[in-house]
Design a protein around this ligand. Structure first.
Ligand code: ADP
Ligand code: MG
Length: 697
């Protein structure tokens, strides 16, 4: 081999066994450097750790044997088919190896007395036989790569396979790369941390990940690699947090005064202690000189809106603007109506900005003006042209519906503004620490008093009559009903039509006499506002709708939620929808009406909904079914993708990584100390791109 300095970040083609053609196809698959190749991780391992004696081989089982070639050659069946046969022995018996296809290359490969490792599945025959086994010749200077040990299986594609880059091919080149570059792999964790936590070097771990000595060694190596991934993520979080909290000054609001007190007094209820505590956290941040970055989590119906309103009141009485951004137009309309009610008596302007608002220029002018006010809006708030002067507080409601980028955009130009993000999705702890690691965290873990649990029932396909009766029953008691139709992009037109048809049909019947309304995303702003108003005043008893009411909509008198085609909804969606009822004093019901057959996953979802009302358990379940990427729609949202860390588990590793990282940044925020040099270098080289999008403020 040449002795020139080997660069781990150099072209993958420098690895022995990779020519220009292989190099090109690897690069096409994202494997550009030697390091990329070493970080190409097996998707699973075959357990070939035991050598079995031929005499002990059982039929129809996987096994590895070490045996000597006794005879070999072509053989023809009676049907004139050509086979290749090799008999091997280890003195406990004879094993027949048989090939039906691709026999040509075998001829001339074997000699009597050759010793082979052979792995494969035995046939069902009485005498031991393996068809198309894997085999390797025993060699003095190389361990078997394919037949003995925990054998790595690599992800591959049809195109890669054309260049012999199946698992066998990857094993070969990765073994070359590991052998040749081992001493140049470098270290990514400072020695003091490795010592303290008893972690192996990066090189050793990578070696074990590809060619593990044992299950234990593999587990240990994977954990070590997971730790490093999480450690770097937390380093980024710690740096960002430091920059926002310590290095940049926020607004130091005066303590809550008359306005906050008066609005508090005007409420028809007393805040729960969980709400008071959350508000205390928020006021604490706002009145300090640091920038607030706080996540407020509370299950559907726990009363987050009023907390946001009271936080806004503090910014407003200090002469600043407050903005609440929500994911849907309908929710914006509703918040707008409620906030006007709450703030109007105190002569505070409430402004609505959605895509449907007609005179945008007039609104933009007011936002750019000097007067304090409360702004409610959708994505329209972050369109170019919007410029909010003196924004003191930004609230993002139903945060999980927005991208990370968007939450940055809202405070763009108002770097000192406080930021509160709210979500009803109970985020499992590891995920919360991953996604909001630089945020402080408050939780409303208590429901307003007097709430009764919502009863959930499943109505099978064909039970329209019963559902209709249930609706009438609630209407007769003067309670209100939501009927929700699914709406998905690919079949949007038909979906919408189904809701409209149902509305038209019911309007001319008994339900129509009691008051029926329609609400969907394609209606004009005025129509939506009118429907909401009439529902909230009680004029509309039954609201036919699509998923536009999924988040945020609030009407305490609504006691029945009928979800049509429940099998088409996701779990979190169903939980959100169910959360629209059970908000008042009366007992509420949720009917999950099926309109088709249930898939297995659909069955699981419906069962989970019947089993529990606990949003936390439902979220964890959802996370398991769909995985984190889907769960949060994180692909678009710049969520880091890990090779080793499992953010649905690994809580302890994350915790350790976080503590270590935050500790380092607190003492050495610029990473200028000698022992932190490694972190600085690795961060700059390998991680800056990975975590860029998670920048939040
Ligand atoms: P979410 O947390 O899902 O956004 P909302 O803020 O919409 O919940 O509140 C749900 C309902 O509970 C609203 O009707 C609201 O007025 C009511 N509510 C909020 N806080 C309390 C409280 N402390 N006591 C009684 N009702 C409350
Ligand atoms: Mg809400």
């Amino acid at each position: 081999m040449n002795t020139k300095y080997k660069d781990i970040d150099g072209d993958v083609q420098y690895v022995k066994g990779i020519g220009p053609r292989k190099g090109d196809v690897l690069k096409k698959h994202g494997i550009k450097t030697v390091r990329d190749l070493l970080f190409y991780i097996p998707r699973k391992y075959l357990d070939r750790t035991q050598i079995t004696k031929i005499g002990d081989l059982a039929p129809d089982r996987e096994g590895t044997v070490l045996a000597e070639v006794e005879s070999y050659g072509f053989k023809y069946t009676r049907g004139r088919k050509r086979l290749y046969l090799v008999n091997v022995t280890d003195r406990t018996g004879i094993l027949e190896l048989i090939w039906f296809r691709n026999t040509k290359y075998l001829d001339g490969l074997f000699e009597e007395g050759d010793v082979l490792y052979i792995s494969g599945k035995t046939g069902k025959t009485v005498f031991p036989q393996m068809a198309h086994p894997e085999f390797e010749f025993l060699s003095d200077d190389k361990d078997p790569l394919h037949t003995l040990g925990l054998i790595p299986m690599y992800p591959t594609t049809a195109e890669l396979k054309k260049f012999h880059l199946d698992s066998r091919g990857f094993r070969r080149i990765i073994r070359e790369a590991l052998g040749d570059y081992y001493d140049h792999i470098g270290e990514d964790l400072p020695e003091n941390i490795r010592k303290k936590l008893k972690l192996q070097t990066q090189a050793e771990s990578l070696h074990q990940v590809h060619f593990p000595e044992s299950e234990e060694a593999l587990e240990r190596a994977k954990k070590r690699m997971a730790f490093a991934e999480l450690f770097y993520m937390e380093i980024m979080m710690a740096i960002r947090r430091h920059r926002i909290r310590v290095a940049s000054r926020g607004i130091e609001f005066d303590k809550p005064g008359a306005l906050v007190a008066q609005i508090g007094k005007s409420l028809p209820f007393k805040l729960t202690s969980a709400q008071r505590k959350a508000l205390g956290d928020i006021y604490g941040d706002m009145t300090s000189g640091n920038c607030m970055r706080r996540l407020l989590q509370g299950d559907v119906g726990s009363g987050k809106t009023i907390v946001a309103a009271l936080a806004s009141a503090l910014a407003i009485e200090n002469g600043y603007k407050a903005a609440i951004m929500v994911p849907t137009e309908v929710l914006a309309e509703q918040h707008y109506i409620n906030m006007k009610r709450l703030f109007a008596d105190f002569d505070i302007e409430v402004i609505l900005l959605t895509g449907n608002v007609k005179d945008k220029t007039a609104v933009y002018d007011r936002l750019a003006g000097g007067k304090e006010c409360l702004i409610i809006g959708t994505h329209a708030l972050i369109q170019s042209g919007v410029n909010i002067y003196k924004l003191g507080l930004a609230v993002i409601d139903e945060q999980h519906r927005f991208g990370v980028r968007q939450r940055v955009d809202l405070i763009e130009g108002n770097r000192r503004a406080d930021l509160l993000v709210m979500t009803a999705t109970p985020i499992p702890r590891t995920l919360a620490m991953t996604m909001y690691g630089d945020f402080d965290y408050s939780i409303i873990d208590e429901m307003p008093p007097g709430r009764l649990p919502v009863k959930t029932m499943v109505a099978s396909d064909g039970s329209e009559r019963q559902v209709f009766d249930a609706i009438m029953e609630h209407v007769r008691r003067d309670e209100q009903v939501y009927v929700v139709y699914p709406l998905v992009e690919i079949s949007e037109k038909q979906d919408l039509q189904a809701a409209v048809d149902a509305y038209e049909k019911l309007k001319h019947g008994k339900i129509g006499e009691c008051g029926i309304g329609l609400l969907h995303g394609r209606m004009s702003s005025e129509e939506k506002e009118q429907a909401l108003r009439e529902f909230s005043s009680g004029k509309i008893k039954v609201l036919i709708s699509t998923t536009v009411i999924e988040v945020g909509i609030d009407s305490p008198n609504a006691t029945l939620m009928v979800v049509i085609g429940a099998e088409r909804f996701g779990l979190s969606q169903l939980h959100q929808l169910r959360g629209r009822v059970g908000r008042g004093k009366n007992k509420s019901t949720c009917i999950l009406k099926l309109t088709g057959n249930l898939s297995d996953e659909g069955k699981q979802r419906i069962q989970a909904m019947e089993a529990t009302n606990d949003g936390f358990r439902i979220a964890e379940f959802d996370l398991q079914i769909r995985g984190p990427g889907e769960f949060f729609g994180t692909r678009q949202h710049g969520f880091p993708e890990f090779k080793f860390a499992d953010i649905t588990g690994d809580y302890r590793i994350l915790d350790t990584a976080r503590k270590a990282a935050f500790d380092i940044i607190e003492k050495d925020p610029k990473l200028s100390g000698a022992e932190n040099r490694i972190i600085y270098d690795n961060l700059a080289k390998y991680y800056s791109g990975v975590f860029k999008l998670t920048e939040a403020g």
